[in-house]
Design a protein around this ligand. Structure first.
Ligand SMILES: C[S@@+](CC[C@H](N)C(=O)[O-])C[C@H]1O[C@@H](n2cnc3c(N)ncnc32)[C@H](O)[C@@H]1O
Length: 246
């Protein structure tokens, strides 16, 4: 059953969004038109984030640990829910130093911060892994990203570069999923499901991709939940847990 966020958590989220430096974020998120982008996306980012936070609230145990790979503005409501309402320890990683600075300024009054480092360096184990639009990050993995999103141009696609990127994403997936205590929960985008299910298959770990997906506001990849290490009658079904296209 879905639970509602408490008023103090909603107030904290609204306060953080009001503190963000949208001019700086515009330059970080967009080559041009950053101001218009944030005028348009700021509201949906907050409202869709709140909805997603409520969906996740019912799925996480209190006082656990969550690892975020590639946490940005879109993740603020969910991080706030985890830290302020569930008293989770959140480790939120992002490789863009300018963005981490802006995010941490806006969150300064609260009990969570972003870290500018590779999420692979996170220590300890986690019962929730958030990895959304990171395994197909166009900045780090341009060829792989173009293939994942169906934008690859066969006349210019570079298979050698793709092969390098695939190795790097397999290593990143392995490093992060190895930190998940089982049974655990993974939140990811539809496009990233194959990396998670492939890792589970190779490691002989059951997983179940939940049916429903949820809209997001920035990258606009729908998000879904994958239960990892929970053996159910559903979790071994071919075409569900192990097929790239869900
Ligand atoms: C396309 S953005 C997505 C941001 C956000 N998750 C969203 O959906 O709006 C990809 C982000 O992943 C981050 N990233 C990629 N690989 C990472 C890694 N190994 N550790 C931490 N962050 C990573 C990048 O720095 C970037 O901030």
């Amino acid at each position: 059953m879905q639970r509602r966020l408490q008023a103090h958590t909603k107030r904290a989220i609204a306060q953080i969004f009001s503190q963000l430096d949208y001019a700086a974020l515009g330059a970080i998120y967009c080559d041009e038109g950053g101001e218009a982008f944030w005028r348009d996306r700021r509201g949906p980012c907050q409202t869709l984030g709140l909805k997603l936070a409520e969906v996740l609230l019912a799925r996480l145990p209190p006082q656990g640990r969550s690892l975020y790979v590639g946490a940005g503005v879109a993740e603020i409501p969910i991080l706030a829910m985890e830290a302020l309402e569930l008293q989770q320890t959140v480790a939120a990683y992002n490789l863009r130093s300018e963005e981490v600075l802006v995010l941490n300024q806006a969150c300064a009054a609260h009990s969570f911060q972003f870290v500018c480092a590779d999420a692979c360096s996170a220590e300890g184990s986690f019962d929730h892994l958030w990895i959304v639009s990171a395994l197909n990050d166009p900045e780090r993995f341009p060829e792989l990203s173009s293939l994942s999103y169906g934008r690859a141009n066969p006349t210019t696609f570079d298979p050698a570069a793709f092969e390098q990127e695939r190795k790097a994403v397999l290593a990143l997936t392995d490093a992060c999923l190895s930190k998940l205590s089982l049974p655990g929960l993974v939140t990811t985008s539809i496009e990233e499901i194959p990396w998670i299910t492939d890792w589970c298959l190779k490691n002989n770990i059951a997983c179940l991709v939940e049916e429903e997906d949820y809209p997001t506001a920035i990258v606009e990849d729908p998000i879904c939940f994958i239960r990892v290490g929970t053996e159910t009658s559903e979790s071994r079904k071919v075409g569900k847990s192990a097929s790239p296209g869900r």
